[in-house]
Write a protein that binds this ligand. Structure first.
Ligand SMILES: N[C@@H](CCC(=O)N[C@@H](CS)C(=O)NCC(=O)O)C(=O)O
Length: 337
């Protein structure tokens, strides 16, 4: 009996190792990156008019594919609800999760997963119809609230209303699309979610001007890509793919000017990003052009932000805390050296 237990323990450990390590080799031999995204959320991951996925999170997937496979288009997108997302990563169904997922202590330490960085600093807010005549979240006592299940939003909502001594009735859905439909059909008085997602949902409403986002932000929601624990090679690749985009913005390298800047710049960090000097690629077990490919094919962080959620998008979100550290925000990459 004891022996049997030992054998199955060893087998389980072996399976565990097999499931966790080797994501780089697996992705390379598949020729495609399996990337978990939302089921559809404007600005983060949605299917465009050209039938292709686009968004800030989609760019995260594209960056990793460019780094690993040399081609940002080699991504198999796996749309996931909030409830499904962690199991899909744990089970190996996806290689990376880029799905407006908040980095919390509990998720980082109890799911067998690791957060590789932050690609959007967010916070939970409230969206109401202007007809409700409310100017502050503190006036929401007794409201019915549309939310998505399996999110940080649920707990923060409960805690915020409890602290304020207010009551609410939750109306819970699985997807953003359902939340939007529920709200528009009058099932609830308000939607609560990460503030960026409120702007995203509002951009899809028939009359966006009839709704407003209340001033209160009631939580910290640092959103970022997630990988399985136990595969440091892969963790490094995802972390530094994001950092490459942030550093490129800091160095004023864009997809359009990259080749010219590489020829003219005397900054050694530019030469390192280009893969012309140093061993950054080899250290990551990648081709020396890994970061060049990211910037050339996906662009820098600022380009991605503006076209997906910023001023060049229907969401029109200002950079705020998501500006670079030297431009008043907190977006920061360790050095490329
Ligand atoms: N950042 C929060 C919330 C994430 C979340 O799933 N928010 C909903 C708000 S609408 C969403 O993005 N849904 C997209 C979908 O249904 O696929 C978390 O990590 O729990």
């Amino acid at each position: 009996m004891k022996k049997l237990l030992k054998v199955s323990l060893i087998a389980a450990m072996a399976c565990g190792i097999a499931a966790n390590a080797g994501t780089l080799e697996k992705t390379k031999s598949a020729g495609t990156l399996k990337c978990g995204i939302t089921t559809g959320l404007a600005g983060f991951a949605e299917v465009g008019a050209d039938k292709k996925w686009k968004g800030l999170d989609v760019d995260m997937c594209r960056a990793v594919a460019a780094a690993v496979l040399g081609d940002a288009s080699k991504v198999t997108y796996v749309p996931l609800t909030a409830k499904e997302r962690f199991t899909a990563l744990q089970s190996g169904e996806i290689d990376v999760l880029a799905r407006n997922t908040t980095w919390t202590n509990t998720r980082d330490t109890s799911l067998g997963l690791n957060f590789a960085g932050v690609n959007y600093y967010d916070g939970q807010g409230f969206l109401v119809s202007k007809d409700l005549g409310v100017n502050s979240a503190k006036q929401l006592d007794g409201a019915s609230v549309c939310i998505t299940s399996g999110t940080t939003t649920e707990l923060t909502l409960a805690e915020y209303f409890a602290v304020q001594g207010m009551k609410y009735s939750p109306i819970t859905y699985d997807t953003a699309d359902q939340v939007l439909k529920g709200f528009e059909s009058g099932r609830c008085d308000l939607i609560t979610s990460d503030q960026s997602q409120l702007y995203s949902l509002r951009s899809k409403m028939a009359n966006p001007g009839n709704y407003k986002v209340l001033p209160e932000i009631v939580s910290k929601e640092p959103l970022g890509p997630v990988v399985r624990q136990g595969d440091d090679v892969w963790f490094n690749i995802v972390r530094w793919s994001l950092n490459a985009m942030i550093t490129a913005e800091e160095l004023n390298l864009t997809s359009a000017n990259l080749d010219k800047m590489i020829k003219t710049s005397k900054n050694p960090e530019v030469a390192k990003i280009a893969g012309n000097i140093g061993t950054l690629g080899a250290n990551l077990k990648l081709d020396k052009k890994w970061s060049y490919n990211i910037i050339k094919q996906v662009g820098n962080y600022g380009e991605s932000f503006e076209r997906n959620v910023g001023m060049d998008s229907p969401l029109k979100i200002s950079r705020g805390v998501n500006a670079l550290w030297n431009k008043g925000g907190i977006m920061y990459s360790p050095p490329f050296r």
